[in-house]
Write a protein that binds this ligand. Structure first.
Ligand SMILES: Nc1ncnc2c1ncn2[C@@H]1O[C@H](COP(=O)(O)OP(=O)(O)O)[C@@H](O)[C@H]1O
Ligand SMILES: [Mg+2]
Length: 304
């Protein structure tokens, strides 16, 4: 359904995302992980035609055969309905504080040409689909009258309003309490038509996704079935990422990956991870290619 082939993202001479390829089938939930600065958000934004000023995408990406990269501005609006995104951090600022929530959900549809009455009915359906009790009553409330968890659900209803084929969630870890967050994640996993889930919270990926892509330095360095990648990571970067996230029973962390993520344009030639990798050798001066069926990795010295 979603097919991404050789996607690159640049800002001037800086290559921020390089040669990324992956696909998502209908109903599939794919996690995109990696430290901050790996290129996860830019990858997602390029699929939505929402790259920042001065940043451009090249390569191929299509959704149900419809091209998503290099599309003229006037065609973008229709496309955005097909790829919906949900940003969790600030439901209070994302929602309009002066408008009743039912109207906010309906408005997303009327902007896409749905008649007002139909949109109002559909909004109620959507509110109950995201399991908000008493949708009629809730539709008349203003955002500040709702709990944080309820506001998140309203945002999910808005994201689903135009029947997107793909839902993208970027960094959905929030100030929500753990129980509310867990319920929200379960709901997203259930209602998403297909899901690209971006996070640095590996536990979240493990609970929500069937497949995972690991990004570092703008590249996908490892990808495969979630269980396999998490139990038998091959790339040394993925291993480091998993090690540093695993808590010992006493709550002390295992050693994290040494060094910090370089700034864009400061990644080394060859393997992008080599200046932080304890296994790097001369071989790593040339760039490893992502290879493998199902479970793929780009590493000259993979672990078992
Ligand atoms: N508008 C921009 N201009 C130049 N560089 C950018 C821009 N946006 C992001 N970057 C750089 O691109 C890299 C990847 O960013 P991003 O996709 O946001 O990473 P992630 O979401 O994985 O944290 C970072 O090094 C970031 O500083
Ligand atoms: Mg990001």
């Amino acid at each position: 359904m979603l097919s991404v082939e050789g996607l690159s993202v640049r800002a001037g001479s800086l290559e921020l995302v390089r040669d990324v390829s992956f696909g998502i089938a209908p109903g599939e939930r794919v996690g995109l992980i990696g430290e901050s600065g790996s290129g996860k958000s830019l990858t997602a934004l390029s699929l939505m035609g929402l790259l920042p000023e001065g940043v451009t995408a090249s390569g191929k990406a299509s959704l149900d055969g419809q091209n998503l990269v290099g599309v003229p501005e006037r065609e973008l609006k229709g496309l955005r309905g097909r790829v919906a995104s949900m940003v969790f951090q600030e439901p209070m600022t994302a929602l309009n504080p002066t408008m009743r929530v039912g109207k906010q959900v309906a408005e997303v549809m009327t902007l896409h040409g749905v008649a007002r009455g139909d949109a109002r009915l559909r909004a109620l359906e959507l509110l109950s689909r995201v399991r908000l009790p008493q949708p009629e009553q809730l539709a008349r409330a203003y955002p500040h009258q709702l709990s944080g968890g309820q506001r998140q659900r309203v945002m999910l209803a808005i994201a689903l309003a135009n029947e997107p084929a793909l839902l993208i969630c970027d960094e959905p870890t929030t100030a929500l309490d753990v129980t509310v967050q867990k319920q929200m994640l379960e709901l997203i996993a259930e209602v998403a038509p297909a899901l690209l889930f971006i996070t640095h919270d590996l536990a979240v990926v493990a609970s929500v996704c069937e497949r995972v892509l690991v990004m570092y330095g703008g590249r996908v360095v490892e990808s495969g079935p979630m269980r396999e990648v998490f139990t038998r990571p091959r790339h040394r970067y993925t291993q480091g990422l998993l090690d540093s996230s695993r808590l010992t029973p006493r709550g002390t962390r295992l050693p994290t990956i040494k060094g910090t993520v370089p700034s864009a344009g400061e990644f080394p030639d060859g393997c992008v991870f080599r200046n932080r990798c304890p296994f790097a050798s001369d071989m790593c001066l040339s760039e490893p290619v992502l290879t493998g069926d199902g479970h793929a990795f780009a590493c000259w010295h993979p672990g078992d």
